[in-house]
Design a protein around this ligand. Structure first.
Ligand code: CDP
Ligand code: CDP
Length: 228
């Protein structure tokens, strides 16, 4: 039993997890943690230290680097600080997206990230989004939501976002990346992406941001209305 409640929002790539988790945290006054951003930060660090070769992580090269690293979220704007540097923009690059599922498949990296994720929840209530939050990070989370949306719709949303940031990438490349990551995330041996048995599913393919929030808050109030 934890001192603070934990709300897990898991699901496939680009289905709106961060949008929803951030919305819930804002309404409830909880801390929002983007666990995907942490794996992205680890990937950026691996790239910067030349520890990725032929699409594979050189674990001997990366282990001492990640063990020394600090990953924090700045309270004022929630930006991720890697070794105290704001890398919020760099971790969203297509290069990081291409390598992140490989980096996130390694057990020693997941152990370090999970330890950090659990420590955040000891200080305040959290809403955390990712792939293994309800199954592995907080198997006894008070609320578990599993978000889904059709693959093409997810790729369109991500493509739209990248267009707005003037990133030079085609729709097909984005779609390919989304499908590849889903496949790798579901099939890795350590803490693969899957819906926890006690998670409640929301398919937001045709839901607006406010409609998905409404559905999620209904679930939250049913589960932990008494402690809010
Ligand atoms: O935003 P998007 O859905 O594209 O991905 P993300 O949440 O930023 O996560 C990036 C990658 O990190 C995922 O494709 C997974 O490979 C990995 N990840 C993970 O393994 N476990 C988590 N709890 C969160 C992310
Ligand atoms: O965190 P994840 O990768 O799952 O997705 P996200 O970054 O929260 O959302 C990807 C994009 O989909 C964002 O531009 C959201 O605004 C958009 N979105 C949407 O259009 N409709 C929804 N119901 C949820 C998200």
């Amino acid at each position: 039993m934890s001192a603070y409640y934990r709300i897990a929002v898991d699901g496939f790539s680009s289905c709106g997890k961060s949008t929803l988790a951030r919305q819930i945290a804002e309404v409830l006054g909880a801390v929002y943690i983007d666990s995907g951003a942490m794996y992205r930060a680890a990937t950026l660090l691996a790239i910067q230290n030349n520890c990725i070769r032929d699409w594979h992580l050189d674990t001997g090269c990366f282990m001492p680097v990640i063990q020394r690293a600090t990953i924090e979220f700045r309270t004022t704007d929630n930006h991720l600080l890697l070794n105290e540097k704001d890398v919020e923009k760099e971790i969203r690059s297509p290069e990081v997206a291409d390598h992140v599922s490989e980096v996130a498949s390694h057990g020693f990296i997941r152990e370090i990230m999970v330890q950090m994720q659990r420590s955040y929840s000891e200080k305040s209530p959290v809403v955390m989004d990712g792939r293994d939050i309800g199954t592995h990070v907080f198997p006894d989370a008070e609320v578990k939501i599993f978000l889904t949306a059709e693959p093409r719709i997810r790729a369109e949303r991500r493509y739209q976002e990248l267009q707005e940031q003037s990133v030079n990438i085609s729709f097909d490349e984005v779609f390919e990346n989304v499908k590849k990551r889903d496949e790798k995330d579901q099939n890795r041996s350590v803490a693969p992406l899957r819906k926890a048995d006690d998670a409640i599913e929301i398919n937001n393919s045709y839901l607006s941001r406010s409609e998905q929030l409404e559905q999620a808050l209904e679930i939250v109030h049913k589960k932990i209305g008494d402690v809010l």
